[in-house]
Design a protein around this ligand. Structure first.
Ligand SMILES: [Zn+2]
Length: 384
């Protein structure tokens, strides 16, 4: 099975699926392999036709079972010093090198390699494959796929997201939400501030409220939070506006992010800010000019994976890998989106996050073998 995994991985690496480029060719190739293994395959293309998500199932057509999830896109190689061709899988001893080997085509290759074994087994519960586009730029593909899955009554009970964790079980990570707030005021001479609308001054009031909220979030931290720091954090990343001492600035911009540790925190912050804008800032600005405005652009909202006391995915993967602990990590994944759909989710996959996004990215055969052992255990579990 390792040979087959390596052959598929080489094929996957040869598709340069950088997030800014098409991935549909890779998805079509995987769809063919999965169909050959007896899977029921659906491919969802976006409106351009260049980007695609894949959903496939093997086993009985029913709810429950286990979903194997991975993103097909990779980060760019530009400005990186590679010692090999990043788009051609290269062996170096036990290591298989190439862009995406660890993040996360190794897991996808192992899953597809196992598909034929799943297809010839009399499974009592289904196994599903979920491969997405554009994870690295804000989980865009998974967000689209979730819209297709939402209405279905047959959803998997468990999801394993195969991001590189060196096959350790990860049961939680924070979310990551990024926003840009733009303030449109009215320029004027500094000698008569009330004739203008000082965009910088209003941006500062917005930032002040954000800083208060950052303190309130500390009090909302779950008592047994294992995150570091344990609460939802806010960072004011950029504050820009104004031209000179004696000019009322007409424009200002604030870039900020928050990293939620639990559902509800992001909504709490957004509601508080909307209230501030609608009941205080905008009325005051528009009392001077009706053209004044504040717009808040959502750059990305990746939901977190919230650690749960009861987690079937954790129990299953612990049994399959022999892992007896579960951790939280600082990086984001698609896992929270599936948790929101009601699935029980863990992150567990081959390779190390230390190699992800770096030149000479690699996954070891040892790690792929451990992953295949888990997937073979899954085959037996689903057949039992
Ligand atoms: Zn990844």
């Amino acid at each position: 099975m390792l040979d087959r995994t390596e052959e598929i991985l080489a094929d996957l690496i040869a598709h340069p699926t950088v997030s800014s480029d098409p991935n549909a060719g890779l998805i079509d190739a995987m769809a063919t392999r999965l169909e050959d293994a007896g899977a029921r395959v659906e491919v969802f293309r976006d409106e351009t036709g260049d980007k695609a998500n894949l959903w496939a199932s093997i086993g009985p057509d029913m709810g429950g079972g286990v979903m194997l999830s991975g993103h097909s896109d990779v980060v760019p190689v530009a400005d990186q010093d590679w010692s090999t061709d990043p788009w051609q899988m290269t062996e170096r001893g036990d290591l298989l090198m190439g862009r995406g080997t660890c993040d996360m085509k190794g897991f996808i290759a192992a899953s597809i390699a196992m598909a034929s074994a799943y297809g010839t087994t009399n499974l009592r519960r289904p196994v599903h494959f979920c491969f997405t586009h554009d994870e690295e730029v804000g989980c865009l593909g998974a967000q689209n796929l979730v819209q297709h899955l939402k209405g279905r009554d047959h959803l998997p009970a468990i999801a394993v997201v195969g991001e590189p964790t060196e096959m350790r079980i990860i049961e939680g990570h924070k979310g990551c939400c990024e926003y840009t707030a733009r303030f449109q005021g009215l320029e004027g001479h500094g000698s008569n501030p009330d004739r203008g609308v000082n965009a910088v001054a209003y941006a500062v009031r917005y930032v002040s409220r954000l800083m208060e909220l950052a303190e309130e979030l500390k009090l909302r931290a779950p008592r047994d939070s294992r995150f570091d720091p344990p609460w939802t954090t806010v960072n004011i990343g950029k504050l820009a506006g104004g031209v000179a001492h004696n000019v009322i600035p007409g424009r200002a911009e604030v870039e900020w992010e928050m990293r939620p540790v639990q559902y509800g925190d992001a909504e709490f912050v957004k509601e508080q800010l909307t209230q501030l804008i609608e009941t205080e800032l905008l009325p005051a600005m528009r009392a001077v000019t009706p053209w004044a405005d504040i717009s808040v652009e959502t750059i990305g909202e990746v939901v977190g994976l919230e650690p749960m006391d009861d987690n079937m995915a954790r129990s299953l993967v612990a049994q399959l890998t022999g892992g007896n602990s579960a951790d939280v990590v600082p990086f984001g994944t698609e896992a929270g989106l599936f948790q929101e759909l009601g699935m029980s989710v863990v992150v567990c996959g081959p390779g190390s996050i230390a190699q992800a996004h770096k030149p000479d990215e690699y996954v070891s055969r040892q790690q792929l073998t451990e992953c295949l052992t888990m997937l073979e255990g899954l085959r037996r579990t689903l057949a039992a």
